[in-house]
Design a protein around this ligand. Structure first.
Ligand SMILES: [Zn+2]
Ligand SMILES: [Zn+2]
Length: 437
């Protein structure tokens, strides 16, 4: 997508120096956010801190209340040029923290009717603090900055509460990607799958689509000793679970992309000698290709319905599309790879495998080309396999990843803006890093 090769920004080492100067603040913000986590669509305190920071910095625009609690800031550089959007998510998870740190979360709240602990178990506290630091650095270099930077602080990446709308899709619907429309969008995620100091990225499909399936098997209640007098939804549900195992194994071209169909919950019946009227099942579907996604949905629906009919019962299948495939624009990814290698060190920036997890950053990438990359959190000396993963109550990222995240977003944004700006050096032999290396 970049029209010209990506060259290293003339701000170069000044970005690194400014990042180092702001590191202590980023750590402090992160710890404060960590101690006060908020669930999706409830990021009131977090969004207030972000908005106050952006306003104090003197950004050209600060919009609040986007998709409930989202904040969108705009910084116009002193030189004309394109627009990049940088995105951080702000929400925490219903997890009770088990990490022994002075800034441990003691927060509790009500989530979908249940009292739960709240923890930044996915590291969105780091993302928010990193982007606050990036904003502070870029404001300091405002006069020399080419183009504009849009800062998107997003609520509810981990899905809004039941019955509510939210997240990236809603921010886009409320204009976050317009006025001005960015030319590219960048985001990062901290991960326990990579050691501290590593940056991981991947061109093309990178994280899976995520959809929920709800299957209700309807039978007819009867005595457990007289099954022929009713229709048994328990046995039918068992057949549906086993039948669904063939959707991927027999129906999907696994040489093209992987896919997963999982049933994670089955509820039906109250005692052993009663065959109930119905069984309810819930599951998740993951794919890496939109056509395969629709195909898997169709296969799950027709197979479950057919099994239900075959048992003289009825299966109601409801598949809800949540997040699309996170697809990194291949040309943009290739063009930015040298920047990531320069930031992390050539041997510390690597192409990583696909992840079956999902991200609603994918919605931003449907609007403009985007690159979503990973920053390692596992301290030196610990294997990523031994580290508590994201979403664990023991997730404990090494804060050394913060400055790497700040530097990565700074260089990615400035390299892109300067290279694509009207005054970009196009002479052969300039400091071109090369779009097609
Ligand atoms: Zn997460
Ligand atoms: Zn996350």
């Amino acid at each position: 997508m970049p029209q010209r090769p990506i060259v290293a920004s003339s701000l170069g080492a000044r970005l690194d120096a400014a990042a180092a100067a702001v590191e202590a603040k980023v750590v402090a913000w992160r710890r404060d956010l960590h101690a006060h986590p908020e669930l999706g669509n409830r990021e009131f305190r977090t969004a207030g801190i972000v908005a106050a920071h952006l306003k104090a910095l003197g950004l050209d625009e600060v919009r609040t209340g986007v998709a409930h609690t989202g904040v969108v800031g705009l910084l116009k550089g002193g030189k004309p040029g394109p627009v990049v959007a940088l995105r951080a998510d702000m929400d925490a998870l219903p997890v009770t923290e088990e990490v022994d740190v002075p800034f441990v979360s003691k927060a509790r709240t009500i989530w979908n009717g249940e009292e739960v602990g709240v923890m930044h178990a996915c590291g969105h506290d780091l993302h928010t603090a990193i982007l606050m630091g990036v904003a502070e650095v870029l404001v300091g270099l405002r006069r020399e900055l080419t183009g504009s930077v849009k800062f998107i602080f997003q609520p509810a990446e981990e899905m809004p509460p039941a019955g509510e709308d939210g997240g990236a899709r809603m921010m886009i619907a409320e204009g976050a990607m317009e006025a001005p429309r960015p030319d590219a969008v960048f985001g990062l995620h901290v991960t326990s799958r990579l050691p501290l100091g590593d940056i991981g990225y991947r061109p093309g499909p990178t994280m899976a689509s995520s959809d929920t399936q709800q299957i209700t098997v309807l039978g007819r209640q009867t005595h457990g000793a007289y099954p022929w007098l009713g229709v048994d939804p328990i046995v039918t549900a068992a057949q549906v679970v086993l039948g669904l195992q063939t959707v991927v194994s027999r129906g999907v071209d696994l040489t093209h992309e992987p896919a997963v169909v999982t049933i994670g919950a089955i509820k039906g019946g109250v005692r052993g000698n009663i065959i109930p009227d119905k069984v309810e099942m819930q599951g998740t579907i993951r794919t890496f290709d939109e056509a395969m996604r629709d195909d898997v949905h169709e296969r799950v629906t027709t197979l479950a319905e057919a099994i239900g009919r075959g048992a003289r019962g009825h299966c109601q299948v409801c598949i809800r599309k949540n997040y699309p495939v996170t697809v990194n624009d291949p040309e943009l990814t290739a063009a930015m790879a040298p920047t990531l290698a320069r930031v992390a060190g050539a041997d510390r920036a690597q192409v990583v495998p696909k992840a079956m997890g999902s991200e609603d950053f994918s919605f931003f990438q449907r609007v403009v080309p985007g690159l979503f990359f990973f920053v390692g959190t596992v301290p030196t000396g610990t294997s990523p396999d031994a580290a508590a993963p994201n979403h664990s109550p023991r997730f404990h990222p090494d804060e050394g990843c913060l400055i790497l995240g700040v530097r990565a977003l700074l260089h990615v944004a400035c390299d892109y803006l300067e290279s694509q700006g009207p005054s970009a050096a196009r002479a052969p032999g300039s400091a071109a890093v090369g779009a097609t290396a």
